[in-house]
Write a protein that binds this ligand. Structure first.
Ligand code: AN0
Ligand code: CP
Length: 319
């Protein structure tokens, strides 16, 4: 594998999940593969899980790891080309990226949507500059439009917990006080659409996602109706995508907070969320603390998805 930025890069999902299960049985099985190889992780945004799980995954493979928080200690970076750099930014990303590429074998990048310009975000300008100018294989640690390491961990988790071949999986919008990117829901939809699950998306009107990610998924505006008979509930907030509302909060309707009222019409569904989660905004305490909440095993699977992805990128270095 030469890069990992979307579901397309992973190929056949069955063999990816099988590889994940194999690694879960012995996560140090390939500890020789990464010897004398260096992973550089670049964060433009905060992280707890991605930072820790990806670093752990690299150690599972015997790699060395360098982590850089761009906003803490590095030079402030200009990202636009053609700017007269007489402001507060002493360095340009177009030098910084190839320099970073000199010190590593693989680069992970976290760079969220900025919500200033939809085309800029949806063209993945920052991630694509890393792909073009670093000279090294790049993987996404959540970019502007996708979070594939999360979606892969979500898929592994559903495969572990499902009790029928084609579970009903419902992704629901839930309220949040700040606008959040569409990367997690876009990516989850993209991965679910690549399975044969019964996949339903529910959200209030106005929160329609980019149709390229929704694909063939069913969209249901009545949350209670969507939840009926669900085997998995995947909650997430996102800001509006459509038109002039891009990046806006249209409503913060607390009746969409996932609580025991909605869960009671499901098929005793498991509750999932990528975390971090705001309790009693996205999900009620009783649901996230309840016996059907699998948010912690879901987070634990981030180490597994990252180990598979780094293993495949290391194998790709040889080709
Ligand atoms: C981020 C988001 O919604 O994309 C990261 C989630 C993994 N969440 C927040 O910024 C709270
Ligand atoms: N789920 C996830 O990616 O969490 P972090 O933002 O803490 O990395």
């Amino acid at each position: 594998m030469k890069q990992f930025i979307s579901v397309r890069d992973i190929g056949d999902l069955r063999s990816a999940v099988d590889e994940a299960m194999d690694i879960k049985k012995d996560r140090f099985k390939h500890v020789e593969l990464g010897r004398n190889k260096t992973l550089l992780m670049i964060f433009f945004n905060s992280s707890l899980r991605t930072r820790l799980s990806t670093q752990k995954a690299a150690y599972n493979l015997g790699m060395n790891v360098i982590v850089l928080d761009i906003n803490q200690g590095a030079w402030k970076l200009e990202t636009e080309r053609g700017v007269v750099m007489d402001g507060d930014k002493p360095e340009h990303l177009l030098e910084a990226i190839p320099v970073m590429g000199c010190y590593c074998d693989i680069i992970g990048v976290r760079s969220f949507a900025r919500f200033e310009n939809r085309d800029y975000d949806y063209n993945e300008v920052i991630l694509n500059q890393f792909i073009r100018y670093s000279g090294k294989p790049v993987f996404s640690m959540e970019a502007a439009t996708r979070h594939p390491l999360q979606s892969f961990a979500d898929l592994i988790t559903i495969e572990e917990y499902k009790t029928k071949p084609r579970p009903k999986v419902v992704m629901t919008w839930a309220p949040h006080p700040r606008p959040l990117p569409q990367a997690v829901p876009n990516s989850f939809a993209e991965w679910m659409n690549a399975t044969d699950y019964d996949f339903v998306i529910t959200h209030p009107e106005g929160y329609e996602l980019d149709p390229r990610f929704v694909g063939e998924a069913k969209v249901e505006y009545d949350q209670m109706k969507a939840f009926e008979g669900a085997d998995f509930i995947y909650a997430k907030n996102w800001a509006a995508y459509m038109g002039d509302n891009y990046g806006q909060i249209l409503n913060c309707d607390r009746s969409w907070t996932v609580d025991s009222r909605q869960m009671s019409v499901t098929n005793n569904a498991y509750f999932m969320h990528c975390l971090p989660v705001r309790r009693n905004m996205i999900v009620a305490d009783e649901v996230i603390e309840g016996p059907r909440s699998i948010v912690i095993p879901e987070a634990a699977n981030r180490e597994i998805s990252a180990t598979v992805v780094l293993k495949r990128l290391l194998e790709g270095l040889e080709g």
